[in-house]
Ligand binder design. Sequence first.
Ligand code: SAH
Length: 225
Amino acid sequence: MMLPKQQRHQGIGMTSPRTRERLVERLRDKGIHDEQVLRAIATTPRHVFVDEALSTRAYEDTALPIGMGQTISQPYIVAYMTQELLAGREKLDKVLEVGTGSGYQSAVLAGLVNKVFSLERIEPLLKEARRRFHRVGLHNVYTRHANGAEGWQTQAPFDAIIITAAGPRIPPELLAQLAEGGRLVAPVERGDGQRLILVSRDDAGEYQEKDLGTVTFVPLLEGLS
Ligand code: SAH
């Protein structure tokens, strides 16, 4: 018997809906209040986005290795960044992500916006992420093997942009591809740490920056591999 795709990825034991609900409660306790975002976390099978050997740890609130020296972000950070990006706005049309990695952040966003465009510089990671989108039946995530710092000019402007790797500054091309009224979140190297920066672009096209606190991300790198 063929189960609908969502049920097929429901999981048992450590990957069961109950385990996921516990993660959602944890995120709620930590201050995530956007119900839509919490629901997206509850319905996105994170265990599909990590190596099978790590699947029993998929609903712990921690970052996990995904190979090639990269990590899948901590669920709290995924939820927090998503909440800041959406900011209770009407359903967004286009969101750009830099750093597809495992594909988990894209999958969470895919349930909340019309289209997700995601760029990744490491081809094997991107290929694996594409297989996962297919496996869970996501058809509104568009990806490219490219340097995300250049953005995706032909699809711009974006209602929201999320960068999931930390660079010395927010690439100016990405700021230019942000729509008026749009929001961008990105980890940025500051001093000897990283800060999560929110940039809002107002209807007059002006940019405003807000510091959302300390984070730890892998580096934003140039060139493809
Ligand atoms: N959003 C991912 C997080 C992955 S870690 C997830 O949910 O799993 C960050 C990713 O950014 C890594 O896969 C890394 O290869 C990628 N990355 C780093 N610099 C990049 C760049 N300039 N362009 C595109 N991807 C980049």
